[in-house]
Write a protein of this length. Structure first.
Length: 144
């Protein structure tokens, strides 16, 4: 995956796509920082975690930019999100997520008080395929 990101950086550079190039460079920097922190090369799942963290940071930034009425920055952050999301696996649909949540709730015979138990079992299963906030909302909805 890291090699794919580096290749895309070269293509963006050749094509003169400044926004894409900048976003990919920031992503590679975040991956390198994480690698330095762990003192080893990152595995694919860890790279996905870094990409997800970068997307989440940009989504939070969009909310702040909207509050600050900075439409120019909102658009820029949304473009960065789209670029970063291209490195994530296909996201689960609401129906797929609901089915998985129902299955885990049935499997654990979970009650509304066992929200954490359900989330603990679900999150590794949906890693990279669904945002934690979406999973949390689906579990709350189905647990009642």
């Amino acid at each position: 995956m890291l090699e794919k990101i580096r290749e895309e950086m070269k293509l963006a550079m050749k094509a003169g796509e400044k926004q894409r190039l900048s976003t990919i460079r920031l992503l590679l920097s975040a991956i390198k920082n994480e690698s330095i922190e762990k003192r080893r090369e990152l595995e694919e799942s860890e790279i996905l975690t870094v990409v997800q963290r970068e997307v989440k940071q940009r989504r939070n930034a969009v909310e702040e930019y909207i509050k600050g009425k900075r439409d120019d920055l909102v658009q820029e952050a949304k473009e960065e999100i789209a670029i970063l999301e291209s490195y994530l696996p296909q996201q689960m649909s609401e129906e797929e997520l609901s089915e998985m949540v129902k299955h885990v709730i049935d499997e654990l015979k979970a009650t509304p008080k066992e929200f954490g138990k359900v989330m603990g079992k679900l999150m590794p299963m949906v890693k990279g395929k669904a945002d934690g906030g979406r999973v949390q909302d689906a579990v709350k909805k189905l647990l009642g």
